[in-house]
Design a binder for this molecule. Structure first.
Ligand code: ZN
Length: 319
């Protein structure tokens, strides 16, 4: 779960990408991570990115990948904030890819302030959405805003889970820093939505506020709250692996990738989560989906943390 799609629209996908300032070398680093030349950011990115992703999923131990759409940034009144946001991946693109490739599962992205939010939700449910993804701090979504109640209720009724970014963020521009706090997810949780706090609300940068303990407290209060392990193989994010493996928390853990975010085992080795031989064995593996999976297995994440997601996704065909 938690595999990003990115595109520049070169293949008629409707995607766009707008990287500025220091995000530019970061974007180049990420495409090189997955074995693409950085020149493809301005070239045939749509096709190359998809081909590479499919190849990596198919040659990994994973049965499939939940791919993420990425909505535009809106203000509280539902007006698109021009110039905000660094990339866009339309819902129709992920829905189409999932129809064409059985190993891809579509997570749509809908800003609940959009005037057409409920209609778009219905359209995506009909189209086979398995999940909804948003980044409250980057998309400018205060999930506790009472105006979104009907939206969350409809998600709960249709068993569509919410994957929400929590904790600091440095890859996508942040609009409202305070919405990195997982407490912003209380209203959807109270409406009965199954919510996955991406990254378990761990911090990303050294100076980000730490919300991991808030996430842990919330899992005690809300049985419908989970956390994903996405980007745990970058320094800092992986600081709380031992607490995540604690019997009081481990049943709420879901394997998440954050592809194409780099995967490196140095931090896990330095912290003693994996031994030297394991680190050496997987660090040079060219498939970052597989590298990430194997490092997390070695850290002690149990088998169920990799398969639990099947019980959470809305899978209309199998239902
Ligand atoms: Zn992500």
């Amino acid at each position: 779960m938690h595999v990003h799609l990115v595109g520049n629209g070169s293949g008629g996908t409707g995607c766009w990408l707008r990287v500025r300032g220091w995000h530019r070398p970061l974007a180049a680093l990420m495409v090189r991570q997955i074995g693409l030349p950085s020149s493809c950011l301005k070239g045939d990115l749509d096709r190359l990115y998809l081909e590479r992703l499919l190849e990596q999923v198919k040659t990994s131990s994973l049965a499939g990948a939940v791919i993420l759409a990425h909505d535009k940034v809106y203000d509280e009144c539902g007006k698109a904030m021009e110039g905000a946001g660094s990339f866009y991946v339309p819902n129709d693109y992920v829905l189409r890819l999932a129809r064409d490739h059985r190993e891809l599962l579509p997570a749509v992205s809908i800003h609940p302030a959009r005037p057409d939010a409920l209609d778009e939700l219905e359209r995506c449910l009909t189209g086979g959405a398995v999940m909804m993804k948003c980044l409250p701090n980057c998309h400018n979504i205060d999930c506790n805003d009472r105006r979104y109640t009907r939206f969350w209720e409809r998600m709960a009724e249709s068993r569509l889970p919410l994957l929400a970014h929590t904790g600091g963020e440095h890859t996508v521009p942040v609009v409202r820093r305070e919405l990195a706090d997982p407490r912003t997810l209380r209203l959807p949780l109270e409406c009965g939505v199954t919510v996955v706090a991406a990254h378990c609300a761990t911090k990303s940068g050294l100076f980000d506020p730490e919300y991991f303990h808030v996430f842990v407290e919330m899992t005690r209060r809300y049985p419908n709250l989970y956390g994903d392990t996405s980007a745990f193989n970058v320094p800092i994010r992986g600081r709380h692996v031992r607490e995540c493996l604690d019997p009081s928390l481990v049943d709420r853990m879901l394997h998440g990738s954050d592809y194409p975010v780099p995967v490196h085992g140095h931090f896990a080795w330095l912290k003693g989560y994996v031994d030297w031989a394991t680190f050496r064995r997987w660090e040079t593996h060219p498939n970052i989906l597989e590298r990430d999976y194997q490092l997390k297995r070695a850290m002690g994440f149990p088998e169920e943390s990799f398969s639990r997601i099947w019980k959470i996704l809305r899978l209309p065909l199998e239902a």
